[in-house]
Ligand binder design. Sequence first.
Ligand code: PGA
Length: 232
Amino acid sequence: MKYLIANQKSLMTKEQAKVFKDNYLSVDNDKLKTIVIPSSTYIHMYDGNTGLQNISPFKNKAYTGEIDIDQAVSLGIKYVLVGHSERRAYNQEKNQEICLKTRLLVEHNIKPILCVGETLEQYKNNEKFTILEKQLKHIIKVMDKPLIAYEPVWAIGTGLIPENDEIEKTISFIKEYVLKETNQEAVVLYGGSVTPDNVEQLERITNNDGYLVGGASNDYIKWNKLVNKVGN
Ligand code: PGA
């Protein structure tokens, strides 16, 4: 079974979000499971059976602008993104804070989707695997059946994508590392510039468990094409 997860970021107006909600395809069968993670301002449109893009690392505290774990539980939230590269880059989130959030989610039976990936500079310096190890090391220890999205930072929103065999090798590395360190089988998705135009090519990768889609997941026509092309 493959996952197709929409990370809609902060991209749509209310009207656009409604058009998406009214027209998008949702699937949950033995071949494909779709999950839409909208901006938290539109979470009510999805009746709780959805995900959040972020969670407060603090519990039951007055933190203006944050979403508390108890609020997520009461909304029926099933998934939360942690460690997305935009939060690492623009909100200075470090692995330690990401680990706190992950632990909190696991304790409350909400599935964290851990995003990992190297920057262009790290890629060019051949530091990819070292960086991935650092991003995984402590956090996978607090996860239960880890769900991980490998997203090279240089592929996010750029239209650039690594070659299939490179993605395959990186996913193998992540799966083997998680198995070695935690004795668990990780589910590993690819993310970064996935569109209906390149997903058939990506579907030839043999060890990937699905996709985390950003930009293309804000357009129901593109999203519905992706739904029809993944997991067949
Ligand atoms: P993208 O974003 O599909 O627009 O590259 C992916 C992501 O940020 O998760």
